[in-house]
Design a protein around this ligand. Structure first.
Ligand SMILES: [Fe+2]
Ligand SMILES: [Fe+2]
Length: 184
């Protein structure tokens, strides 16, 4: 497996969560009450799976390896990706704050959560497209086979140190549960 294939596999899980978030935001906008525990689970997924693990692999391993092949950092595609990760963190924080302050029938916090979810979804949908169509293509072309092996080993280390295998499984279970509840 290539490093970019592993990242694309994680994009699939993230895109599934974006679909669920779109549905939850729609429910909120249609006046349904917030199921705050689901929002808290989603914030936890985004913080750990999407940001610490997935963006950690990109920021700490893949992007530096690409910079070393001569791709410019400032004003280049990697700078844009890093900026978008930062924007995403701000939306996650808003969802977190909205869920913490939310009480029954609190429409202000509910709107905050719905807007942050929709903004995060749009940001990440475009972000993932750019990575898969531009940056990952460059990575496949420019990184030698031994370099790709080295990157995969570092990804494995991040999985174990940052996330832990049991927790990864739990996130996939959460995704399945929310998919059944909101999408199927
Ligand atoms: Fe990214
Ligand atoms: Fe990504």
């Amino acid at each position: 497996m290539k490093p970019t294939e592993e990242l694309k596999h994680e994009h699939k899980a993230i895109k599934m969560m974006l679909g669920i978030m779109g549905k939850i935001a729609e429910n909120i906008q249609n006046g349904k009450d917030v199921e705050v525990n689901d929002v808290k689970d989603i914030v936890n997924f985004l913080k750990t799976f999407a940001d610490k693990c997935h963006h950690g692999k990109e920021e700490n391993v893949l992007f530096p390896a690409l910079l070393a092949t001569g791709i410019p950092s400032e004003n280049g595609p990697i700078g844009v990706m890093l900026y978008e990760h930062t924007q995403g963190r701000a939306y996650i924080q808003t969802m977190h704050d909205g869920a913490e302050s939310w009480k029954n029938h609190d429409t202000a916090s509910a709107q905050l959560i719905a807007n942050a979810m929709l903004n995060y979804r749009t940001l990440m949908q475009n972000h993932i497209l750019k990575e898969e169509n531009v940056l990952f293509v460059l990575a496949d072309q420019r990184l030698s086979a031994p370099k790709q092996e080295e990157i995969l080993a570092k990804f494995e280390q991040i999985e174990e140190e940052v996330v832990g295998h049991g927790i990864h499984e739990k996130f996939h279970e959460l995704l399945d549960q929310l998919k059944v509840k909101y999408i199927d």
